[in-house]
Design a protein around this ligand. Structure first.
Ligand code: M6R
Length: 606
């Protein structure tokens, strides 16, 4: 949530900051700004709206300086206006900040009483003013920053610049990630190593509580007690090429099409012998596990819901799904033989991270399933498994979701084997089912034009319902989330059986229902729900396999024939057309599908 960039080197900072901010725009995009220092003076430029507005401003009003900080914002405190954009500055201190300062009101009140003047509605503004206060009292830069951060409560990644010092960027990290990138005569700072792709691969990850002083002489890092500390450098393998759209109009479409390849990698992992040992999860006492708690947010939570069916079916293990943001509020009981699984693409989602911390504090077995293995969750979890999706830049989770499902299916299978709930033959059937998935996904991607026509119809309707039974219920929830997130069409996902308990009253000619109904043992029941909808004039969009479509396809408004796959793997297959439906709907409506309004890729505030 929000993106930070910093530069200290020999070249003009502002073009470099702007280019790196473009790579961070997926983290927040309601306003942006940069500060540079030239001839000792701070120059600040900010613009509300997308980054292009800042770029236009900098063309009209360029600023010079070989040191600078930049920010792209996802508003938490105060509207998305230029005045609330970062950097936030006092007379001599300019700051960019990710996170939330929880005690900002008390600090602000105190500073106002002491005569300091606030311009913005942000929580952030207390940081430069507090630091200014300590500088005014004669403290050094280092002491002023340390005194400032000692007073802050909440989570933050902060970069400080100081008037009259074009050789110092100060950093502070607590709860929000911050990295330092090194190249020969240049030092970079970023909230995400991704922003430094093509600039450097040599990265130092700051730890929670760290502060750091960067100058042309070198970097000094301090730990949470402000003592000098060494943090080692690591090499990251993100290439600038990975950040391109590869001929696709949007990242979302590119990432949808990357699924056969990404899934093949994940499937290869989970179908190889002893994959958990190789993934360093071998020490997790899986044979002692008596129950599984699955936690995540948004799309990741729907992956958890699907997986809970798998753990129960394949391993006969009670599987409970939790919305991570609600978990700790009900004082959950962490049983010694339960395994808590945390699912997150970014590994930085604050709600999921805080649930993980709760389980760790209560000494529960924990395992995170992540795309970003350099994330805070990867560092803090006892065990973690990669999902092999590679970079996902579009705000919508697409390939990350299906790759999460593959890893979760692999884990459920492994537990099924360990608990002797699966015969060799059954195991082989699942394995074969998984191995066939990438081919089937390619078939569905070829249905894109057919799906676009359905999207054309959907965009004429203000609302849509997604229904399914069994594994199709959480899949319906995901389909509805994707549609509302990308196309702003109001959509609800629902268990098909729930319709008659209230929501059916909404059905009318302009309220279509997307029915997910593979021809399995639940098909006839879902068919009855379809008839109930049709008798109330509700349009039906049916997703089924050839047998299901043969049965009722002619009676519905739209139908899409999907491959028949192993019954437990249907969520992975049925998700692909739902992603395309959301994508085409957003494009038809002329929306920015990669950066939907009000959203950010990684939600690092609770
Ligand atoms: O990075 P995470 O997987 O933890 O993110 C969780 C959700 O914020 C995320 O899945 C969100 O719901 C997506 N934008 C959905 O497409």
């Amino acid at each position: 949530m929000c993106g930070i960039i910093g530069y200290l080197g020999k070249n003009e900072a502002s073009p470099i900051l702007l280019e790196s901010l473009r790579r961070l725009e997926y983290r927040g995009y309601d306003s942006a700004g940069i500060t540079t220092i030239h001839n000792g003076k701070l120059f600040v430029k900010k613009a509300a709206g997308r980054l292009v507005n800042l770029a236009d401003l900098l063309v009209k009003e360029p600023i010079r300086g070989k040191i600078g900080i930049g920010h792209t914002r996802w508003a938490t405190h105060g509207k998305a206006t230029t005045i609330n954009a970062h950097p936030q500055s006092s007379n001599n201190v300019s700051v960019v900040h990710n996170g939330i300062i929880e005690n900002y009101k008390e600090i602000k009140k105190q500073l106002i009483e002491e005569g300091y003047f606030f311009r913005s509605e942000t929580d952030t503004e207390v940081i430069p003013l507090l630091c200014q206060k300590f500088l005014d009292q004669g403290y050094s830069y280092t002491d002023s920053v340390h005194q400032t951060v000692d007073l802050l409560k909440g989570q933050y990644a902060i970069c400080f610049l100081f008037e009259n010092n074009d050789d110092l960027i100060f950093l502070a990290r607590s709860g929000s990630p911050l990295v330092i990138g090194h190249s020969r005569s240049t030092t970079y700072v970023a909230s995400d190593a991704l922003a430094l792709a093509g600039l450097t691969k040599e990265i130092t990850y700051l730890e929670d509580g760290d502060t750091a002083a960067i100058s042309r002489e070198g970097t000094t890092i301090f730990d949470s007690s402000h003592k000098n500390v060494h943090r080692s450098k690591t090499f990251v393998s993100i290439n600038a090429i990975d950040l391109q759209k590869g001929g696709f109009k949007h990242y979302m479409l590119k990432e949808i099409h990357e699924q056969p390849k990404a899934l093949a990698k994940a499937i290869q992992t989970v179908t190889s012998e002893n994959w958990l040992d190789e993934a360093s999860v071998g020490n997790l006492p899986l044979d002692e596990i008596e129950g599984v708690n699955l936690l995540g947010c948004g799309t990741a939570e729907y992956a958890c819901m699907i997986a809970s069916y798998w753990f129960e079916n394949l391993a006969k293990l009670p599987g409970r799904t939790e919305i991570a943001s609600e978990f700790k509020y009900r004082d959950p009981i962490i049983k010694p033989n339960d395994l808590s699984i945390f699912v997150s693409q970014s590994g930085e989602t604050a709600d999921t991270l805080s649930a993980l911390r709760y389980v760790i504090k209560n000494k529960g077995h924990n395992l995170s399933i992540l795309n970003n293995l350099a994330s805070t969750m990867a560092k803090e979890s006892t065990y973690s498994l990669p999902i092999h999706a590679d970079l996902e830049l579009s705000v919508a989770s697409t390939k990350a979701f299906t790759c999460q499902l593959v890893i979760l299916a692999g884990l459920a299978l492994e537990l099924g084997k360990i608990r002797k709930n699966l015969s060799r033959k059954e195991y082989e059937q699942y394995r074969e089912g998984l191995l066939n998935l990438p081919g089937y996904i390619n078939i569905i991607l070829d249905l894109s034009e057919e799906i676009r026509k359905i999207a054309q119809f959907l965009t004429e309707c203000p609302n849509a319902l997604f229904i399914g039974r069994g594994l199709m219920f959480p899949t319906a929830l995901e389909g509805a989330l994707k549609l509302k997130e990308i196309s702003y069409i109001h959509a609800e996902g629902m268990a098909a059986g729930e319709l008659k308990h209230g929501p059916i009253s909404l059905i009318e000619r302009t309220f279509p229902t997307v029915v997910l109904a593979p021809s399995d043992y639940l098909f006839d029941k879902t068919k009855s729900n379809m008839e109930e909808i049709q008798s109330r004039n509700g349009p039906i969009i049916l997703l089924s396999d050839a047998r299901g479509i043969d049965d009722v396809g002619k009676d519905v408004d739209f139908s899409l024939t999907l491959p028949k796959v192993h019954p437990l793997l249907t969520p992975i297959i049925y998700t692909i057309p739902l992603q395309l439906l959301a994508y085409h709907s957003g494009v038809i409506k002329g929306l920015d599908v990669d950066n939907p309004r009000h959203l950010a890729k990684s939600v690092t505030v609770e």
